[in-house]
Design a protein. Sequence first.
Lengths: 112, 114
Amino acid sequence: DQQVKQNSPSLSVQEGRISILNCDYTNSMFDYFLWYKKYPAEGPTFLISISSIKDKNEDGRFTVFLNKSAKHLSLHIVPSQPGDSAVYFCAAILGGANNLFFGTGTRLTVIP
Amino acid sequence: GAGVSQSPSNKVTEKGKDVELRCDPISGHTALYWYRQRLGQGLEFLIYFQGNSAPDKSGLPSDRFSAERTGESVSTLTIQRTQQEDSAVYLCASSFNRDTGELFFGEGSRLTVL
């Protein structure tokens, strides 16, 4: 049973435009939500997180939005750069990082 | 090194053989995790170690899978009598704070069972 879902397996965006990656979840008790980025042949790297008590967190070009009523999380990247091309995983924590649930990932391609 | 180190990076084995995968976490990180990612799927939690506490083995898919960790250092994931469905990238991660989910992943060990 997938508690964290990324329904778009891929996304292509023109350089300089906004990339919006979406994630839905089922468990309203999740404490934290995170985005990880993964390049080929590398492990995932932490990108940005948001506590369940907030609705927005911004770090440079990256902003994560949390809509608890819709159980929806999104990552905005603006402006998108070719180096952002990677697979992005959404994740959610319940009580501790040993209960960290990952989505299946969205492959972002930023076209120069 | 500064990051999480895993070995081997690639392992090809025959069905029925045992394999051992190693993870060297970041120094000072008390928590260590093993995940696997099968082709086209998300990351699947396997096992979690926190200091000297009993490990959380709830994600291990069968009794052919086991893992050990010596104190707060190296961990070994062992898969006995490998099956083709065990083919995956096995990722190790470590963290200082288990509450926030900011894990530091290694590059993974790609296991192919023929």
